[in-house]
Design a protein around this ligand. Sequence first.
Ligand code: S3P
Length: 189
Amino acid sequence: MPGEVDIGMRRCTNVFLIGYRGAGKSSVAKELAGQLGWTWIDLDTALEAKYGHSIRTIFEQEGEQGFRDKERRLLEEVVVRDAHVFATGGGIVLDPVNRDRMQEAGWVVWITADAATIWQRLQSDPATGERRPALTVGGRAEIEALLRIREPLYRQCADIVVDAANRLPAEIASTIREKLSELRNAKRR
Ligand code: S3P
């Protein structure tokens, strides 16, 4: 299979992109899947299609816990696939079950960006208002506070870390491919 990454005991034909909102996970997922000849899925979009409501509406009607339950169930369903690149929601790492599932089903790549970059991108992204709920106080303060909580979880879960600031999705995808190969060679030694 083109681009197959065959490493050790792990089923390695999936890549999970994790990281904060606005880091560019979906654009990189699309690009990386194109380079590998794989399929890519945005889990937020898949969740909205499965439940027939926007994430904002699910948050409004069921609260964050309702959304997290749906997110966990969806991940459980999709991890059985092969040769997929998944763009995950920014909070997927909060649940230890999700972290274990992703690590077992493929390689986990953390797309990092600093709070200033994320804030700038979210402000210029029309999906921000329509689809993405404020999780706490909103704005840059929310980003800084949630990054402090989530960064240790992203770090703990990730096999590979790639900085997205000032880089195009195609460059980030190429870097991920290089790092996956390095990882494969290291495991074979
Ligand atoms: C969330 C990020 C969103 C979406 C939901 C919760 C979060 O995904 O899953 O609004 O907790 O950071 P993106 O990271 O794809 O925007």
